[in-house]
Write a protein that binds this ligand. Structure first.
Ligand SMILES: [Zn+2]
Ligand SMILES: [Zn+2]
Length: 350
C-alpha cells in the first residue's frame, strides 16, 4: 500500500509504502479510485487552526502523525472483515468520513458528525491520499450511481458540508436572496445546492476575480468583491433594499463573517462553515434590534448524506469543475491549494 502522509507538520507529505491492511471484524478494505484535496487539509497539514488574537488550536492530538490525510474518498470494496455486513467485493462507493466513537449520545442519535471523540478518516484515522483505506463499517459506504468517480468523491466533504450549510438556510431566509461568501471548492458546491435545495441562485462574494468569474459561470446571479466599499450597497440593490435572508460564510475569517452580518436583512441568518480563522465581535444589542442569528455548521449527518446522495444521483445537482492530479502529486497539489491557485476542486487519482 502506497500513501502520502503528514510525518511532520508543515513539511512535505512523505510517500510511505507499507503492507496493505487486512480488514478485521466489521471493517471493509476499500481500494481508492479518487480522493479530493480539501482546504481543511491545508490547516491539518500546517498543524493548527487560527483561533484569532494570536491563539492557535493544535491538530497534533487529533492527527497524531504520521497520518494519511484525505477525507473525500471514493473506491471499490476489495476485502471484507469476517463480520462485515451490507457490502460486497466490487461495490463502488463514496466513503462517509465523519465517523464518530459509535457509543456517545451524538453517535447513538444519528449525529456522528458532532461526536466529541471522532475517528474521522483522513484526520484521526488514515484516509484517502493512498491506494487503499480501511473503513470501520460498511454502513459508511454510499453508492453513487452514474456520477463520474472523480466527481463523486467530492460529496464526502465539500458536498455534504455545502449541503448541511444550505439546509440551515431553509425556512430561515424567508424566500429572499441568499449570499454565498467564498467561491472555492465548497463554496461552488454551495452555489449548486442553493439552486437545487432552495430553488434560488445566490449572490456570491469573493476577493478573487477569477473565482468570481467561475461563480458566475456556475450559476451565481451576481458576484462581487467584499472589499469593494460599495459591496453592501450593491447587496441592498440586489435585494430590493432589504438585505439577504441568509449568508453562508464558506471562508470563516473575521472579515467574511462581518461582511455576512452586514449583508443580512432583519431576522437573517449567518451560517458559518469555513475554517480560515480569526475572531470577531458584535454589539450585543444588535441581536435584539435586528433578530439576526449566527449558527455554525459542521459537515452533515449520515442521514443528510443519504438525502444529499438521493438528490445528486437523481441528476438534480450540476457538477462543479474538477482538476485531476496523479496521487504522486499530493504534496504539490496541497501547496497550490494553500496558495489559492486551484480553481474548483482538485482530485487525486491513485
Ligand atoms: Zn474537507
Ligand atoms: Zn461519539
Amino acid at each position: 500500500m502506497k500513501s502520502y502522509k503528514v510525518v511532520e507538520f508543515g513539511q512535505p507529505l512523505k510517500r510511505i509504502e507499507e503492507a496493505t491492511p487486512t480488514p478485521q471484524g466489521g471493517e471493509v478494505l476499500v481500494r481508492v479510485t479518487a480522493a479530493g484535496v480539501c482546504h481543511s487539509d491545508v490547516h491539518l497539514w500546517e498543524g493548527f487552526f487560527d483561533m484569532g488574537g494570536g491563539n492557535k488550536y493544535s491538530t497534533e492530538k487529533t492527527m497524531n502523525p504520521p497520518r494519511t490525510m484525505g477525507h473525500e474518498i471514493v473506491g471499490v470494496v476489495e476485502a471484507l472483515g469476517p463480520n462485515a455486513k451490507g457490502a460486497k467485493v466490487g461495490d463502488r462507493a463514496i466513503v462517509y468520513p465523519w465517523i464518530g466513537c459509535g457509543t456517545c449520545w451524538y453517535c447513538e442519535h444519528g449525529r456522528e458528525h458532532l461526536c466529541p471523540t471522532p475517528r474521522a478518516l483522513g484526520i484521526g484515522k488514515d484516509g484517502g491520499f493512498s491506494d487503499h483505506v480501511l473503513v470501520p463499517d460498511a454502513k459508511y459506504l454510499y453508492p453513487y450511481g452514474n456520477i463520474p468517480t472523480e466527481l463523486a468523491c467530492l460529496y464526502a466533504c465539500s458536498g455534504i458540508t455545502a449541503f448541511g450549510a444550505v439546509k440551515k438556510a431553509v425556512g430561515e431566509d424567508a424566500g429572499k436572496p441568499i449570499l454565498v461568501i467564498g467561491a472555492g471548492g465548497v463554496g461552488l458546491m454551495g452555489v449548486r445546492f442553493a439552486k437545487s435545495v432552495l430553488g434560488r441562485e445566490p449572490i456570491v462574494a469573493d476577493i478573487d476575480e477569477n473565482k468570481r468569474k467561475l461563480a458566475l459561470e456556475n450559476g451565481a446571479v451576481a458576484a462581487l468583491d467584499p472589499r469593494d466599499k460599495d459591496a453592501r450597497k450593491k447587496i441592498l440593490e440586489l435585494t430590493g433594499g432589504t438585505g439577504v435572508g441568509a449568508a453562508i460564510d464558506f471562508v470563516g475569517a473575521d472579515s467574511t463573517a462581518q461582511f455576512g452580518l452586514r449583508a443580512l436583512g432583519r431576522g437573517g441568518r449567518l451560517i458559518v462553515v469555513g475554517l480560515f480563522g480569526g475572531t470577531f465581535t458584535m454589539p450585543m444589542p444588535m441581536f435584539a434590534f435586528t433578530g439576526v442569528q449566527i449558527v455554525g455548521s459542521v459537515t452533515g449527518s449520515p442521514a443528510e448524506m443519504a438525502e444529499m446522495m438521493a438528490l445528486v444521483t437523481s441528476g438534480k445537482v450540476t457538477p462543479v469543475p474538477i482538476i485531476k492530479r496523479p496521487l504522486d502529486e499530493a504534496d504539490k497539489t496541497l501547496q497550490e491549494l494553500r496558495k489559492g491557485l486551484i480553481m474548483g476542486r482538485a482530485v487525486l487519482i491513485p
